[in-house]
Design a protein. Structure first.
Length: 184
């Protein structure tokens, strides 16, 4: 199939096919990244418990097992149950929006976002000291940066992809924002 002048092949792809592919990508990324987060946390618990910093790439990347009861940068440590409820709501919102995804980039963004939210939510529900009070396992350490995990990376990748799609003017369904919509 050849695209008309000024349009891409993606523009002439049937919307159903594009949506199906975007939802499959969303699901594949969400499941894969969530599994990577949970597996790396299990390895960190097994290999890093009771150890100090473990150098991986000199001073650039080290491993240190920590348990974070709060949000980013260990803020809000006294609000773990609230953060857990907010994360549950965020999962539901991402799933709601994923139903309408029609762009591969949006599918990837939402897949990474869901994986990141679920990765840290799982810790808050199943880890000590108990359900809705659990501490998130962090273990990746960069110089002058708080310790983080794969779920945190996923959330940041998602944020970057969402910003790029917004700048490009690509809506969730894959359509480009029209000039009249952009000026409103």
């Amino acid at each position: 199939m050849q695209a008309a002048r000024g349009t891409s092949v993606a523009d002439v792809e049937p919307a159903e096919t594009a949506s199906r592919r975007a939802r499959l990508l969303f699901l594949a990324i969400a499941l894969t990244a969530y599994a990577a987060d949970q597996v790396t946390k299990a390895i960190a618990l097994e290999k890093l418990d009771g150890r100090g910093d473990v150098r991986f790439i000199g001073e650039v990347l080290q491993f240190r097992l920590t348990f974070n009861p709060g949000a980013a940068f260990s803020t809000g440590t006294e609000f773990t149950p609230v953060l857990t409820c907010v994360a549950i709501a965020a999962v539901l919102v991402v799933l709601w929006f994923a139903r309408k995804v029609g762009s591969l980039a949006w599918g990837a963004a939402l897949g990474f976002l869901l994986a990141g939210i679920l990765g840290n939510l799982t810790d808050r529900i199943v880890r000590e000291p108990g359900a809705f009070h659990g501490h998130v396992i962090d273990f990746l350490k960069l110089p002058n940066w708080p310790i983080f995990n794969v779920a945190d990376i996923c959330i940041n990748v998602a944020a970057g992809l969402i910003v790029i799609q917004a700048i490009r003017g690509i809506r969730l369904d894959g359509a480009r924002v029209s000039e009249s919509e952009a000026t409103e």
